[in-house]
Design a protein. Sequence first.
Length: 406
Amino acid sequence: MKEKNKKEDDLMEKIVSLCKRRGFVFQGSEIYGGFAGTYDWGHLGLALKNNLKQNWWKKFVDNRRDMYGIDAAILMNAKVWEATGHVANFADPLDGKQFNTMLKTEVGAKKEEVAISYLRPETAQGMFVNFKNTVDVFHPKLPFGMAQIGKAFRNEIAPRDFLFRQREFEQMEIEYFVRQEDWEKHFEYWKDEMLDWMQDLGFDMTKIHELEVEKKDRAHYSKRTIDFEFDYPFGRKELFGLAYRADFDLINHKLEYIDEEKGEKIIPHVIEPTFGVDRAVLALLLSVYVEDNKNGEIRSYLKFKSNIAPVICAVSPLLKNKPELVKYAENKVFRLLKAEFGRVVWDDNGNIGKRYRRQDEIGTPFCIVVDFDTLTDDTVTVRDRDTGEQERVKVTDLKKYIQEKI
Ligand code: GAP
């Protein structure tokens, strides 16, 4: 048991250190000693996070006919949070008294005009308060959904475990409006959709477990919740959630829906699939981190699927002081691939072995090297991250070769 715990602690340390060393995630306000519960995203972490969010948006918004996006303000009228019960109930126990975890702020310059506001603790309310706008503009038929990706803030009593529990984080949420009698059917459907997305992105599905949350542990607005838990090194804990919010929010905001065909007024019920971006990144890193032994040397790499890898391929001239190699690599390979795939980097730092290690560590699926043979036969070496195997590929076939692999 002790040995297992040590291994898990080590893994977490390795991930945190890799994130810093390779420019994925830095501690927030680091040069001033940090600021608890905040992290800053470096170039590669940002690329990973953007790919993840774009992938989510494509599946749940762009590829559907029944979903409407919104990007609501983070600062909202305090009445929103009074109506939803967050002011009264959004609290964690602290020293026997309840501590409200919403981050309060003051808005306005003149004393008499200053209003209390809260940095939103969930993106969900940005959708509910725009329910009427969306219905009035798009006239959607039930069932339909609203989707939002954005920051959320919670004054967590004890932020910890790297990206797991922060005070500022990001959510990707859907509020799906259904007829009351259909809620169970849609709940099951969304459970499968969430699992599908996790599978498609490359989460280690053996580490994901469903937990039926007991009434006493559910949020105040939920009539049923399933947590998708993940086996993190620090324990099995919540990754994402799926809640049946029933008509709680629409009733509290005094909102309703008119079925134009039937001419009836109803209050739709809500199924809410919710995804934390930061926890998704952490669980993904833990899912794809691999160590193997290559010719007696331990190497670590991130086995990202190419749909989310921050970099798809790195292009290198074998030697950076040979202008003919550099010119060929730049003009005939790098530019071609950059225009096609975007996520392509130039890497001529150190020897080839070092470049491979560096690209392995950030999870780049392919390294392409221009060498002296290239100058005579127009072929390049393509090295596969996972197997370490190398193939000669004609430059004219390179785009197709990579497209097929990804
Ligand atoms: N609108 C529903 C809602 O906000 P939640 O379970 O409180 O539900 C949703 O939060 C998701 O947001 C969680 O499943 C988790 O992925 C993420 N999350 C919540 N608190 C977080 C925190 N302090 N740090 C990082 N992510 C967090």
